[in-house]
Design a protein around this ligand. Structure first.
Ligand SMILES: Cc1ncc(COP(=O)(O)O)c(C=O)c1O
Length: 180
């Protein structure tokens, strides 16, 4: 689901046939069992990318929620409880769960629900100096859209993404790309 599936268009015969064929086999298996098409797609994804494992999610929000939880878990397991700061960018958008709206830099979406998930801070997009001032060895992850979408289609300035990468490496923080 989500907005990104619109890139598949509407009613393309290949999509219609795939849906029709699958509807005559299995509707749903939950995540207790795997299934053969899921394994085939996972192999395609790992063959085409750096990754060696795949996690399927129902939406961008759920994928980002998992990425943030994985980052926190990695930091706690490998470095200890003190490494939990997450830094993201003003006007960013990462989904509508409470964790992801809080990491997203639009308070209009995260205010009004009581106490928010903690240790999350924001800096202006394209401001590597502001990030350099805030990031430290207690930073577990930086989350960014390589091209901000909801924030008004804001491309990164030259070298900005490289600088973010370097700052994360310097402070042993994970860099999470939310890329649609
Ligand atoms: C950059 C970005 N991240 C996450 C999301 C959330 O995706 P979803 O609506 O599938 O939860 C969106 C949705 O527009 C998005 O633009």
């Amino acid at each position: 689901g989500g907005i990104a599936v619109n890139c598949l268009g509407h009613c393309h015969p290949a999509m219609v046939n795939a849906l029709h064929e699958q509807s005559q086999k299995l509707w749903h298996l939950s995540n207790v069992f795997t299934n053969e098409p899921a394994i085939r797609l996972a192999k395609k994804l790992t063959d085409a990318t750096f990754a060696d494992r795949v996690y399927y999610a129902n939406s961008g929000a759920e994928a980002n929620e998992a990425a943030l939880k994985l980052a926190r878990r990695w930091a706690i397991d490998v470095h200890g409880e003190q490494k939990q700061k997450i830094i993201a960018f003003n006007k960013g958008f990462h989904g509508r769960t409470f964790f992801t709206v809080t990491v997203g830099g639009q308070p209009a979406y995260s205010d009004g629900f009581g106490p928010k998930p903690g240790a999350i801070e924001h800096v202006p997009y394209n401001d590597a100096d502001a990030l350099a001032k805030l990031i430290d060895d207690k930073t577990c992850a930086v989350m960014m859209e390589p091209l901000q979408g909801e924030g008004g289609v804001v491309p990164p300035e030259q070298d900005f993404v490289k600088q973010v990468r370097e700052l994360c490496d310097k402070h042993n923080a994970l860099l999470i790309f939310d890329e649609v």
